[in-house]
Design a protein around this ligand. Structure first.
Ligand code: PLP
Length: 459
């Protein structure tokens, strides 16, 4: 059988694909069969023989699976990086997941006032709890912290000088650079100080045109940016946030604070260095503070803007606010996450705090049980990190399963091809699996995948 004419007809193939038609629908299965037959026709014309029907079907089914498998899939994070930006940052609490699922499954009073029966505002849903937790006068939730910064600068600093310390002109990652955001917002960047030293006088001198008697709005603003992902050590000087705030207010200017991660809990209570908290920023006198929902807050992707009511009113009215607004599922998940803080159960209920809180003894026991169950590798002391642009250089002592493998890169690739994919890291020619970031209930899947790969490797 070497003539394309002996290829089976599409109708005949369709009859053999009933279960796939149920699963994927007739039009898509027909398309997959047509494309596969076309491809094979080309191969036959080039001299190949006509393959058996099962092979033709298998090729069509593999097309179907390729077309329909989501590119976004759950993975197992065995890297020990808790807020892994590439792996989607914070996993959510059970309550947050339930709230998001409820909000998305049906209608909500997103912009509907249940008292009056009239149009309401979506802005209220997380505002009350944010105010209660932080003491802020007003709050606004947007898509993420990058959009919070862009919106705040656009609404409050367009055409004005934004005075920022040279040491804080950061690139957060993924090309998000402070100077570019400022340009985008229409604000004029004015860097002050040097890379390692900035004094209060540098700020004061830059704000040379303070509020004139007639002008109702200040001509410059101070922007403070948290150095999320790097550290400045050695011969350095930087004023306290409270000092910058006092200076700003004495000149009639606003201080905007981009906290990045913005913790609500004190990381120092968890054996980590102190990460600036949202409450501290406001207490120091920041007029507006911005931070992420999915970093140390441990909630859904969001950008949270807190601060003085008159400024928040301006921000809420800016056209960009509509463009970067948060959706109902985000607001529901954020509220549920914030409730854990209000009920003083964050460390227990929010996965990232639970991971941060794991003791080395617990982690060692888990790694040892992995070792016992698979009889693979050794349990070794290692280090987990918080990641996600918070607490750079800060590690948490952990215990990990260390696998001596011939090629760590190949082994890591095999782990990534598991279902679900497993992400680990290589260190000193070994593959390291850190239990800290493997969510409860995933151990069995992880171990089964490990055993499958290692038996394949040794055979
Ligand atoms: C992470 C970060 C951002 C961006 O936050 P996203 O929520 O990822 O948009 C902005 N500023 C700082 C200082 C950050 O650390």
């Amino acid at each position: 059988m070497t003539s394309p004419r002996s290829l089976p007809a599409i109708d005949a193939l369709l009859r053999a694909a009933e279960s796939h038609i149920t699963q994927y629908g007739r039009p898509l299965v027909t398309r997959a069969l047509r494309e596969s037959v076309e491809e094979i026709r080309g191969e036959v014309l080039a001299g190949a023989s006509v393959p058996p029907t099962e092979i033709i079907l298998a090729r069509a089914f593999s097309r179907l699976s390729g077309w329909t498998t989501p590119t976004l899939q759950p993975v197992i994070n065995a890297t020990g990086v808790i807020l892994h930006t590439n792996l989607g940052r914070a996993p959510l609490s059970r309550a947050a997941i339930e709230a998001m699922s409820l909000a998305s499954a049906g209608y909500t009073n997103l912009e509907f006032d249940l008292e009056t029966g009239k149009r309401g505002s979506r802005l209220i849903h997380a505002e009350a709890i944010l105010r209660q937790l932080t003491g802020a006068e007003a709050a606004l939730v947007v898509n993420n912290c990058a959009s919070a910064v862009l919106l705040v600068l656009s609404a409050l600093a367009k055409g004005k000088k934004v005075i920022i310390a040279r040491s804080q002109l950061v690139e957060i990652g993924g090309g998000f650079r402070m100077p570019d955001v400022m340009k985008q917002s229409g604000a004029k960047l004015l860097e002050v100080g040097t890379t390692n030293k900035i004094r209060l006088e540098d700020y004061a001198e830059a704000a040379v045109h303070p509020l004139s008697a007639s002008a109702s709005v200040p001509q410059s603003v101070f922007l403070h940016v948290h150095r999320s992902n790097f550290k400045l050590v050695g011969f350095t000087v930087e004023p306290e946030l409270a000092e910058i705030a006092a200076l700003a207010h004495s000149l009639g200017l606003w201080l905007l604070d981009d906290l990045g991660s913005g913790a609500l809990l004190d990381t120092a209570n968890f054996g980590l260095e102190h990460e600036p908290t949202v409450q501290e920023s406001l207490a120091a006198g920041a007029d507006v503070a911005m931070f992420s929902g999915d970093k140390l807050l441990g909630g859904p992707q969001a950008g949270i803007i807190l601060g003085k009511k008159d400024l928040l009113d301006k921000i809420k009215k800016h056209p960009l606010a509509r463009a970067v607004r948060a959706d109902k599922t985000c607001l529901a998940g954020l509220h549920a996450t914030l409730l854990h803080y209000l009920k003083d159960e964050a460390a227990r209920e929010i996965p990232i705090w639970w991971m941060i809180s794991q003791t080395p003894e617990t982690l060692r026991a888990r790694a040892e049980s992995w070792q016992r169950q698979t009889d693979l590798g050794q349990v070794v002391p290692a280090e987990s990190t918080v990641g996600g642009g918070s607490l750079p250089g800060q590690n948490l002592p952990t215990w990990a399963l260390s696998l001596p493998v011939k090629s760590p890169d190949k082994f890591l690739a095999q782990l990534r091809r598991s279902s679900p994919p497993i992400i680990a890291r290589a260190e000193n020619e070994r593959v390291i699996l850190d239990p800290r970031t493997v969510l409860p209930g995933r151990d069995e899947i992880l171990l089964a995948a490990l055993e499958k790969i290692t038996t394949k490797v040794t055979k």
